[in-house]
Design a protein around this ligand. Sequence first.
Ligand code: GAR
Length: 189
Amino acid sequence: MKSIIIMASGSGSNAENIVRHFESNKNIQVKAIFSNKKDAMVLDRASKLGISAYYFNKKALLGGQIVELFKALDPDLIVLAGFLWKVPTDLVDAFENKIINIHPALLPKYGGKGMFGMNVHRAVKENNEAESGISIHFVNENYDKGNMIFQAKTAVLDSDSAEQIAEKVHALEYEHFPKVIEKLLNGKI
Ligand code: GAR
């Protein structure tokens, strides 16, 4: 049985979508969801879905407790689904090529510190981009800079608001993220 740990900071709609995708899979399971926000909706979603959920603070992440805990849990993949803190080097090194992130734009555009969630979609709108999309990439010690695994595009119309761009991008995330995770775990990527 292969296992996944999800890290998320906010609503967790992607986390829920991933859990539901693998619910009836006999070979892959979501083992736990970790959040750095005590009141994040993702923790409520996890308990409703029957998945172990944990809150951790910066001290636990930077002080090495998280890496030790993750080593004990021994996941095959760590999935960042709307996780907004930088991943420390000890965690990256301990799980080389086993941590992936989804970013709601076509990297290398609109990446880096401060570029998350609606900030990204507002910037795409302000720059009158004709397209946006999703980027799924391996995580290294630099924000949004690891090797690319998968990208998908959606058209942005002049009439689209930043919220409408967000909806289109979320739809791409729901469609592709679980499938990419499954392919990675099955050695098909
Ligand atoms: C997602 O759109 C994800 O791509 C983005 O946060 C959102 C979380 O939504 N991640 C980033 O911006 C990372 N820089 P969710 O909590 O509903 O899954």
